[in-house]
Design a protein around this ligand. Structure first.
Ligand code: FES
Length: 107
């Protein structure tokens, strides 16, 4: 099966929701997550399936560029929350942020 992955995101003219469609993420349900994002009217955001994004142990991985927000373990039920709060509301969904990329410190 031919995969239609977009891999060069350096010249994006439009913000994009990248949903990993590689092995570990697929096994964790990323095809359904990608389909759910595509069902929504996301205004200015494109939605694409991608190859591995290097976060295989915590997929499905959803990365929003160019702002570089990384979500991990995204399930179907998380999609409407990310759509409403982040993509439409402009506020990241803290509970789903990838902890290795969006580190939080408490002292
Ligand atoms: S398989 Fe999705 S990040 Fe590697």
């Amino acid at each position: 099966m031919k995969q239609d992955f977009e891999q060069n995101f350096s010249n994006l003219e439009q913000p994009c929701v990248m949903v990993c469609q590689y092995s570990s993420c697929l096994a964790a349900g990323s095809a359904e997550v990608l389909a759910a994002f595509k069902e929504n009217d996301l205004g200015n955001f494109n939605v694409v399936g991608t190859n591995c994004q290097g976060q295989c142990s915590s997929g499905p991985t959803v990365r929003i560029v160019p702002e570089e927000t990384w979500y991990c373990r995204v399930q179907l039920s998380d999609v409407p929350v990310i759509v409403e709060e982040h993509l439409k509301g402009g506020k990241r969904v803290e509970d789903k942020l990838h902890p290795r990329i969006h580190m939080r410190f408490s002292f």
